[in-house]
Design a protein around this ligand. Structure first.
Ligand code: ADP
Ligand code: MG
Length: 250
């Protein structure tokens, strides 16, 4: 097999992020450098306090570093204003969170269509696209349900549809299965697997080994530094895990 040409989508160059708390300085990221290529599936692991969320916030253009450069799609985003960052974020990145972060009083359809309002799409277009994406995640029959009328797994599917609605190239998922039981977690990881197969770049933050092993590359943080960065030799798949669940039952 010939190796596909790797296109760099993310480069972190010596990223430092400090927090001042009173007179103390907490060095959450201490010179992190890495490259992520288009259509990679990367897990970021590390103990609590190792800097995962800080790194995720920077990767997601929710925060900027104190030092270093972040090159996203050939743009140096570490020098952009908050408004410019918001625009890039809405266009390039889809977020999936542990707690789903859906608007409680809005239907699944309205939750999914929301990022399209910020992107400036008209009502008809929003309706059609949100309907399409919700159908793709298996929720064609739940469009008009509000979050409290959906199960945890269904809520996370709505959140994933919302992350995909503007066709971002990158999906950032922060502990996406943290609030779900193991059977539903497998389904959600299956959905992320499909999204990866469709060409998206996926960055998954997790402290759970069995979730990280769905990724193809695993980066471990320790005390704000990269401790290891390996190709995953044992990639988990939805199909495999599904079979295991069936076997456990018999
Ligand atoms: P993780 O997500 O791996 O648990 P974080 O990125 O949240 O780690 O935190 C890394 C370090 O930075 C921790 O020591 C944490 O206490 C500190 N930290 C994170 N956010 C802030 C903040 N807003 N203010 C002060 N310290 C923070
Ligand atoms: Mg965290």
């Amino acid at each position: 097999m010939t190796e596909a040409i790797k296109e760099e989508i993310i480069e972190l160059i010596n990223i430092c992020r400090y927090y001042k708390v009173g007179t103390e300085v907490i060095r959450a990221l201490r010179g992190v450098s890495l490259k992520i290529y288009r259509n990679e599936y990367v897990a970021i692991m590390g103990a609590s306090g190792s800097g995962k969320s800080t790194m995720m916030n920077i990767l997601g253009c929710l925060d900027t570093p104190n030092e270093g450069d972040y090159i996203l799609n050939n743009n140096n985003v570490s020098i952009l204003t908050d408004n410019e960052l918001a625009e890039i974020r809405n266009k390039e990145i889809g977020f999936v969170f542990q707690t789903f972060n859906l608007l409680p009083r809005s239907t699944a359809l309205d939750n999914v269509a929301l990022p399209m309002i910020y992107a400036g799409y008209g009502k008809q277009m929003r309706f059609e696209r949100a309907t399409e994406v919700l159908s793709n995640v298996g929720l064609a029959d739940r469009m008009n349900h509000k979050p409290n009328e959906l199960s945890g797994g269904q809520r996370q599917r709505v959140a994933i549809a919302r992350a995909l609605v503007n066709n971002p190239s990158i999906i950032l998922a922060d502990e996406p299965t943290g609030n779900l039981d193991s059977k539903i977690s497998v389904e959600i990881m299956g959905l992320l697997e499909d999204i990866h197969k469709n060409g998206n770049t996926i960055i998954l933050v997790t402290h759970e080994e069995d979730i990280a092993f769905y990724a193809h590359r695993i980066i471990r943080l320790k005390d704000g530094e990269i401790e290891s960065d390996i190709v995953n030799p044992f990639i988990r798949t939805f199909e495999q895990e599904q079979l295991k669940l069936v076997e456990e039952k018999v």
